[in-house]
Each structure stands twice: as structure tokens, then as C-alpha cells.
Design a protein around this ligand. Structure first.
Ligand SMILES: [Zn+2]
Length: 283
């Protein structure tokens, strides 16, 4: 049963976790810059303190409670920092709204009942989903999928599957399917990575595929993820290529396409595959 109160709670949680994603991406980037010898060491030292508060990415002024309300603060301040008046990227409210939207959509179309252990499964999914949003934002901005976020998500995804598959008739079979799905995706990407010398897909995509395989938990669904992501990537790239703007070197991160395809597959994969079988495989 879809409850309005749950939707409201999910919107609020999604907005707050979206805000967390923005802060996390920025902090991780500062750390990475320092490890590359380019960043601000003092700033990172300050950020690594347990009680460090959110700050303006430009003037580093600590933000007050009224600056931290998702979307609302951004709108109230006209998209500018209260302290230095520098414009704050529309990335901030957009990521917050997108996270809330993905949360609510997941709830409405969640493929299993959200009762009993199903509540745990759904809760763990929201954590993984937040990490997937962070990975997408990071990949779009910096063309990198941070290992730390992939590793964290993978651990949560494994726990999610433990609760999800616990009630299935043949647990060993399900576990095998998850392993095959993860190996299929990452194996295929590893081959493409090697063959293209890292030009078509990045090493991060190989690791990401392991996580996505665990999430979809089925080799057929993993193929669906790759198909949908390739389709999305192609549809996105064709207008860019046609415009001739980025003909020289068309660099599009593949991670966000894979992640969005996984999101669609987790929610609708079973239906899409059975529709495909009914339509094309009838003898
Ligand atoms: Zn500022």
C-alpha cells in the first residue's frame, strides 16, 4: 500500500541525503586534489576533523543552520553564498531534488512488499541509491568513480541481497546468480577496457559493474543494464557528435548511464525481461 505519509518522509529524507551527497562529493574531491599534490592541505586537515561543519566551497565560511535547508536555502539566497555572494552551482538543488525523486519513485514501484525484512531491504536500497547518486555526480564532474564509494556501496548491496534472498526457495542458486551477474558485467568491461586501452570505458566502470551485478542479482538483468546503458549513451552522444562541437574528443562518463540503467532494471527488470520473452521468443 502506498502511503502519503511515507512519500512525505521519503521526500524529506531524499532532500537531506541529496544535500549530504553534494557535501561528500566536494570533500572527497578536496582530499583527492591534496593526494595529487594540487589541493589545499590546511583545508583538508580542517575537513577531516570529526566535528567539521559544512562550508561555502568558495569562501570556506562555515554554514549556519538556515544555509543548510535543502533547496529552500538555495532559493531564498537566490543561488548565492550569504557570506561572499558568489553564485552556488544549480548542481546543489538539482542533486537534492533528484535524490528525493529517485527515493519516491523507488517506493511507488518497488518490486517486492515493503513489510517485515522487506523494510530492511528497502532501507538498505536507499543507502545504496544515495551512494549511486554520489558516484554519478562525481563521475559527471570529474570523470572518476571513487573506490571508497564503490567499496562502501558493495558492502551495503551484499547485505541488501542477504535480506532480499533470505526467503527465496533456493538460496544457493540465487547466490550463484549474483556471482555470475557480477562476473559477467565486470568481465565484459575488463575485456573492453583492455582491448580499447581504456579509451571506451574506464577502470572504474569495471569495478562499478561488480556492484551493479550484485544489485540486479541476475545475469539476464545484467545484460539488460549493459543494453540500456549503451542505448542511453548512444542517444546522448549522437546529437553531440552531429553538432560537431566535441568531435575531436568525445569524453562522456559511462558510469551515470550504467547507474541509471541499473535503477530502471532493479525496479522494472523482471517485467521488461518477461515482456521481451513474450514478444520475441514465442515459438
Ligand atoms: Zn561563500
Amino acid at each position: 500500500m502506498i502511503l502519503l505519509v511515507n512519500i512525505v518522509l521519503l521526500i524529506i529524507t531524499g532532500l537531506c541525503l541529496g544535500s549530504f551527497v553534494n557535501a561528500l562529493v566536494w570533500r572527497l574531491r578536496q582530499k583527492e586534489l591534496v593526494s595529487e599534490g594540487k589541493g589545499d592541505k590546511k583545508l583538508v586537515k580542517q575537513l577531516s576533523k570529526a566535528n567539521s561543519r559544512s562550508m561555502c566551497p568558495n569562501c570556506h565560511h562555515t554554514l549556519g543552520v538556515t544555509d543548510l535547508i535543502p533547496v529552500v536555502s538555495w532559493l531564498m539566497l537566490g543561488g548565492r553564498c550569504r557570506y561572499c555572494s558568489k553564485p552556488i552551482s544549480w548542481q546543489y538543488p538539482l542533486v537534492e531534488l533528484a535524490t528525493a525523486g529517485l527515493f519516491v519513485f523507488s517506493y511507488i514501484y518497488w518490486p517486492i512488499l515493503i513489510t517485515g525484512t522487506g523494510v530492511v531491504v528497502f532501507g538498505l536500497w536507499l543507502i545504496v541509491l544515495t551512494s549511486l547518486v554520489a558516484l554519478s555526480v562525481y563521475d559527471i564532474k570529474y570523470m572518476i568513480l571513487p573506490n571508497s564509494i564503490i567499496a562502501f556501496s558493495l558492502i551495503v548491496a551484499v547485505f541488501m541481497q542477504v535480506f532480499w534472498q533470505a526467503s527465496s526457495v533456493n538460496v544457493a542458486h540465487q547466490a550463484l546468480m549474483i556471482v555470475i551477474a557480477a562476473l559477467l558485467g565486470s568481465g565484459l568491461f575488463y575485456a573492453i577496457f583492455q582491448l580499447s586501452g581504456g579509451n571506451w570505458i574506464g577502470g572504474g566502470d569495471v569495478k562499478l559493474a561488480v556492484l551493479l551485478g550484485v544489485l540486479v542479482a541476475d545475469p539476464a538483468k545484467m545484460l539488460l543494464v549493459i543494453f540500456l546503458a549503451s542505448l542511453g549513451g548512444t542517444l546522448f552522444a549522437v546529437p553531440l557528435l552531429a553538432s560537431g562541437k566535441s568531435r575531436k574528443k568525445l569524453l562522456i562518463p559511462f558510469g551515470p548511464f550504467l547507474i541509471f540503467a541499473t535503477y530502471i532494471t532493479v525496479l522494472f527488470g523482471t517485467e521488461i525481461i518477461s515482456w521481451y520473452q513474450r514478444t520475441f521468443l514465442v515459438v
